[in-house]
Design a protein around this ligand. Structure first.
Ligand SMILES: C[S@@+](CC[C@H](N)C(=O)[O-])C[C@H]1O[C@@H](n2cnc3c(N)ncnc32)[C@H](O)[C@@H]1O
Length: 372
């Protein structure tokens, strides 16, 4: 997810769309390996209740993961299970709150089933051929290649995790193959890794329970990734009342209706969230979240009341998972600070912290408390 009002790095992203395939014949081949970090060969899922991740990535990525301070920390689980997964009309399975869940509260923390580098080079036989191939043929060749690699990866998974992966939904009927289709339907983009070739590589995580969270353009939760525990974390971005469906956004929720529709096409459903139902007013507001709000927040003359009204409007449009919202909260905190209103400062600081925690995870939230 990206924000129009902040240049801060966004460590998480929505579930993947199939990546821009590298169709350059000259490109350097990347070595892709299959491995399971830190888990001894032959280990079973019973021995490792936190699970582990089958990786289909360049070996240098595995080295980077291993070099993360504290890796592999134990997963931080919520103190009590606060959700259930059950079918819902027209959406397949869905995740529901089984009690009220507060902003910033952890809902799910799980180790991904797979981590896959989704930008892959052309198979050797195609790279070495002199025959000109159409973009579509190249795309199909890369898809087939990745499907084969995924077959080998899935074959090596523990039986329980393999079963979980194969039970996921595949919404992609465009020649992706059953394993790549599942990756594309359920994948979450990972944080960036440094690759020595300097290329723009992309990675995708798939996990078990979190894959059951459906989409909304005004979601009530957000995903982040904690590298040291290698855990995917889902937290509430507004109060989720018991019985409410838990949702995330699969696309940039600050995008306009037409942009969101386009981004969602490959998931094979029509979004009927409030922003899509009333797209005229939601588009009008979303257009303001970019440049106009940014200018308002950087203008010294902007008043506290003005930004408090913005906060209310962002909440009315269900956009609390955006950086625009956090930026407004931090603006208000600073204004109260300049007025010496300690209680208000504490309140808004805590609110900004909880939202940053939900959007970007603990490391980023702690960092935001330290920064002036
Ligand atoms: C990541 S899966 C989510 C869990 C899925 N419902 C299941 O049964 O496992 C994504 C798929 O769920 C369905 N889906 C997600 N959000 C939806 C929504 N707002 N309305 C209808 N279907 C949705 C679509 O079929 C989509 O391709």
């Amino acid at each position: 997810m990206s924000s129009n009002t902040s240049t801060r790095p966004q460590p998480v992203a929505p579930p993947l769309k199939l990546m821009a395939f590298n169709s350059s014949r000259q490109s350097r081949p990347s070595t892709i390996v299959t491995m399971q970090p830190t888990i001894p060969k032959g280990a079973t899922s019973e021995q490792y209740p936190d699970g582990w991740t089958a990786c289909l990535v360049d070996p240098c990525i595995v080295r980077q993961i291993h070099a993360t301070p504290g890796f592999p920390r134990k997963l931080q689980r919520p103190p009590k299970k606060n959700y259930e997964i059950r079918p819902v009309d027209g959406k397949g399975l869905a995740m529901f709150a089984t009690e009220d869940i507060d902003v910033g509260e952890l809902i799910v923390c799980e180790r991904p089933l797979v981590l896959v580098q989704t930008t892959v080079d052309l198979p050797d036989q195609l790279r070495n051929t002199n025959v000109e191939l159409s973009e579509e043929s190249l795309r199909q060749a890369v898809i087939t290649n990745l499907e084969r690699r995924l077959e080998s990866l899935v074959d090596q998974m523990d039986a329980k995790f393999r079963e979980q992966y194969l039970a996921l939904v595949n919404a992609h009927h465009d020649g992706s193959g059953p394993l790549l289709g599942r990756l594309r339907t359920n994948g979450f983009a990972s944080p960036d890794f440094d690759i020595p070739d300097g290329g723009q590589h992309r990675f995708s995580f798939v996990s078990n329970e979190m894959s059951r969270v459906n989409h909304s353009c005004c979601p009530n939760s957000e995903y982040s990734f904690d590298m040291s525990s290698f855990g995917m974390e889902l937290r509430a971005t507004r109060l989720i009342a018991k019985g409410t469906e838990i949702s995330i956004s699969y696309c940039d929720q600050t995008g306009l209706y037409s942009e969101r529709q386009e981004a969602l096409v490959s998931y094979d459903f029509t979004c009927d969230c409030p922003a899509c139902k009333d797209h005229v007013s939601s588009d009008r507001f979303r257009k303001l979240l970019g440049g106009p709000l940014e200018r308002i927040l950087s203008n010294r003359k902007t008043t506290l009341d003005e930004v408090l009204r913005w906060i209310k409007r962002i909440e009315d449009f269900g956009l609390e998972s955006t950086w625009a919202y956090v930026d407004c909260l931090q603006f208000v905190e600073k204004k109260y600070q300049s007025k010496g209103k300690k209680e208000k400062v504490k309140y808004y600081r805590n609110k900004a912290y909880k939202h940053t925690l939900a959007i970007a995870g603990k490391a980023e939230a702690l960092q935001s408390m330290i920064l002036p």
